[in-house]
Design a protein around this ligand. Structure first.
Ligand SMILES: Nc1ncnc2c1ncn2[C@@H]1O[C@H](COP(=O)(O)OP(=O)(O)OP(=O)(O)O)[C@@H](O)[C@H]1O
Ligand SMILES: [Mg+2]
Length: 227
């Protein structure tokens, strides 16, 4: 078994005024390389919190998170940013594209940030997500599904092993949502581990694993593996 992400007893507390919100409550979870997991559960149950922690965007209040055996939950921000850039691709519901840049330029941004050259991967990835003929369009000139494909291409530009998407089809009609899910499946078949939050149970059905979250707890699909 090849565990790529392992969370041991993670708890995340948020302070909201005088109130302490327990967004995740002592969660154990391990994700194997090559899995395609759907994260489902009611609003406010802790789905985004879980993915933000697994993706190294935030640290747990307590507990440990390992990415490929490296403990990311204790890393300093600088080290974490470097690991995250290399290992994790993140796709948001709202796309977060820069409106004045073309599709190709949006996809290229992470390379510029990390001072890397384009060795042809921009064209390869645009081709893979089906955007070769939209490369020079602005976000305002393409459809919602194409905007999300652009965001997925951008997330893949560093060739990360893990792709995390938080409700990537929440802003799309059902046909576009299904085609974006197909793209995630094909990315998964290419060997990447994919974690997707979705409210769409029909699309979740096609995933190899279902993590049901309720009140900060995973009620199904969790496996406790201690390393
Ligand atoms: N930055 C924050 N400060 C305070 N409370 C927060 C913060 N982020 C999330 N929470 C709270 O933590 C809990 C879990 O939130 P989270 O965003 O993980 O839920 P979710 O399952 O992603 O919900 P949704 O389906 O609506 O996106 C909620 O009660 C939320 O209000
Ligand atoms: Mg959320």
């Amino acid at each position: 078994m090849n565990i790529i992400l392992n969370a041991i007893g993670i708890t995340k507390l948020y302070q909201r005024g005088a109130e302490t919100v327990r967004a995740l409550n002592n969660v154990d979870l391990s994700i194997e390389k090559g899995e395609m997991a759907a994260v489902v559960g009611p609003s406010g149950s802790g789905k985004s919190t879980l993915l933000n922690l697994l993706g190294g965007f935030d640290s747990p209040t307590s507990g440990r998170i390992y990415l490929k055996g490296l403990e990311i939950s204790r890393m300093k921000e600088k080290e974490l940013t470097m690991i995250r850039r290399k290992e994790i691709g993140y796709v948001f519901q709202q796309f977060h594209l820069l409106p004045t840049l073309t599709v190709r330029e949006n996809v290229t941004i992470p390379l510029i940030f990390s001072k890397k050259r384009d060795n042809g991967q921009v064209d390869r990835i645009l081709e893979m997500v089906g955007l070769s003929n939209r490369a020079n369009h602005l976000p305002s000139q393409i459809s919602g599904g194409e905007m999300q494909r652009t965001a997925i291409a951008r997330a893949l530009i560093h060739d990360p092993d893990v792709l995390i998407a938080d409700e990537p089809t929440g802003n799309l009609d059902s046909e576009m949502a299904a085609s974006i899910f197909n793209l995630f499946h094909s990315i998964n078949r290419q060997g990447k581990t994919v974690l997707i939050v979705t409210h769409n149970l029909e699309l979740a059905k096609g995933c190899s694993r279902h993590l049901h979250i309720k009140d900060g707890l995973i009620t199904e699909g969790s496996k406790k593996i201690l390393i």
